[in-house]
Structure formats: C-alpha cells, structure tokens
Design a binder for this molecule. Structure first.
Ligand SMILES: C[S@@+](CC[C@H](N)C(=O)[O-])C[C@H]1O[C@@H](n2cnc3c(N)ncnc32)[C@H](O)[C@@H]1O
Ligand SMILES: [Zn+2]
Length: 275
C-alpha cells in the first residue's frame, strides 16, 4: 500500500516486502514483528523518550473509553480536508495509532505510516487499521521516507522535526498538528500532579516549523468529559507526567477527589502548508 514511500534507513534505497521482512537492493533487512510493525531502528539509537509498556497500557485503556473520540473526529476531518483519496499519510509519534486509524477511515484508499520510538505502542499501531503500516523510528533522525512522497504529516502530542516533515511532504502538502492549550485537563493539574502546559508552547511550535510552513487553518476543540477514578489514573499514567509520579501516591490523591469529575479537554488542531 505504501508504494515507493519507505526507504532503507542505511542506504536510502527502496524497501520492498521480502517474506516477514522488508529489504532493500543492498540486502539490508528489517523484520516485521508478529504484531505487524517493522523494526527499522538500527542499534545504538536511544529510546529514552519512548512510551513504556505501562504508559501504553494506560493509553489504550483511556482511549478505548472514548473520551478523546471528539478530538479524533476533528483530526480526521482536518486530515480529510487536505489528503486526496488514495493519498499518503505519515503520523510522526503515532503512539497506538488511534488518530492515524481515525484519519485513514476518513480518506478513501489512503495509506498510512505510523512512526514511533516505542515498540509497545507500535504493537497496537501495527494493527490499528488495515491500511496502516507501523515502524519503529526516532523522529529526530532523518525519516526513512522518500522526499516529496507524503500528502499529510500528522503530529499529535508528539515530538516535531519541522525540517524532516517538510522534506517528506509533496510540494504544498499539509502538516496537521495537535497541541494542548493551557486549559487542557486543567482541573487535574494540581490534584493529580499533572505537568502544566507551558504557555509558550504555541510560540515554540511556530519556531520549530520555522519558515518552511505557513499556517492555513486552526480549530479549537474544547469540551468536558466526566472522568472516574480509573480514567484519571490512566490519563496521568499515559502521559509525560508518568515519569514524575508514583502510582500509589497518584491513587491516594485521586481517592481524595470527588468522582466522576468534569474535566476540560482543550486542544488546538492546526493545519500548516509546506512552502
Ligand atoms: C504523548 S504520546 C502521543 C501518541 C499518539 N500521537 C497519541 O496521541 O495517542 C507521545 C508519543 O511519542 C513517542 N515518541 C517520543 N519520542 C519520540 C521520538 N524521538 N521519535 C518517535 N516517537 C517518539 C512516544 O513513544 C509516544 O508514543
Ligand atoms: Zn539498504
């Protein structure tokens, strides 16, 4: 499905299926895991910022409860607005493939590639959608993707490499970025020890995209969800705050809250065009 998009990370030749692996003309071979993702990361790359097995378990449970479904619908709508039928979509930092699957569902015949550092997340992403391919990769490294082959790059709560996103996009292609606003989950920040959203995030986003992209559209997706104790626990343990909180302490704090509690989901879904 991903014709002429994936390249060998070693020599940049085309990667083509060869049994349970992908292989280039120079016989560099990358296994496809039982769970359906390709191991493209070569030895020696750091995986420090990858989501752990526990974080992924919490993310799968939280997303399955549907609290971010309205956000996924907004993302799918934004992608559908700029990806032609049969086009190619790259989700950088795809996690479990939740948004990639929603976006692929909204664009007939489109093919998707989800890249992520976490093999635990990719075990999910590899099966997220019949038209999705998932591969281990570090988005700070040159992407294993041929220049000018992608219609839309999707980036949801994940690291951004503006130069590489621009390189892989077709001329005029779109970058769809989802970022939390300072109101996102604000009710849980103090009580559950969630990290706060940096007010300068927007400015950093603009700087990271440099002069390679122009803003084309932006939508605020804001709504409230009623979260029970289990939802709150998953929400904290699936995100960056998981590195800073002790699960037992977190459970103690959540036990002191009145549940279910109304919590604000507030994100910006922004579309940029490659210049
Ligand atoms: C907050 S999660 C978001 C995942 C997904 N986009 C979602 O919203 O469900 C951030 C993701 O980025 C991945 N990640 C962190 N550093 C990365 C890197 N350098 N390259 C690729 N993925 C990375 C993590 O493993 C994790 O899956
Ligand atoms: Zn090669």
């Amino acid at each position: 499905m991903l014709n002429n998009v994936l390249v060998c990370p070693v020599c940049r030749e085309d990667l083509v299926p060869a049994g349970h692996a992908l292989r280039c003309a120079n016989r560099h071979t990358f296994d496809v895991a039982r769970q359906g993702y390709v191991g493209l990361l070569t030895g020696g790359m750091r995986t420090g910022s990858a989501d752990t097995a526990d974080m992924v378990r919490a993310r799968v449970a939280f997303l399955a409860a549907g609290h971010y479904a309205p956000l996924a619908r907004a993302v799918a709508g934004a992608v559908a607005g700029c990806c032609p039928p049969g086009g190619t979509l790259l989700d950088a930092g795809a996690g479990t493939g939740y948004y990639l699957a929603a976006a692929l569902e909204a664009v007939p015949e489109a093919a998707g590639l989800g890249l992520d550092l976490s093999k635990f997340a990719l075990r999910q992403a590899g099966r997220a959608h019949p038209r999705a391919t998932a591969a281990t990769w570090d988005v700070w490294q040159p992407l294993p993707v041929r220049s000018g082959t992608v219609d839309v790059v999707l980036n949801v709560f994940a690291p951004r490499n503006g130069a590489e996103f621009h390189r892989v996009l077709k001329p005029g292609g779109a970058l769809v970025v989802v970022t939390p606003t300072p109101r996102h989950l604000s009710e849980l920040r103090g009580p559950a020890g969630l990290l706060t959203v940096d007010e300068a995030k927007e400015e950093r986003l603009r700087r990271s995209l440099g002069d390679r992209f122009r803003p084309a559209d932006a939508q605020l997706v804001e709504y409230r969800v009623d979260l029970g104790a289990g939802d709150m626990e998953n929400l904290v343990l699936m995100g960056p705050s998981a590195h800073h909180v002790d699960p037992d302490e977190l459970r103690r704090r959540i036990a002191q809250l009145t549940v279910p509690a109304a919590v604000t989901v507030s994100c910006r879904v922004a579309v940029y065009r490659a210049l």
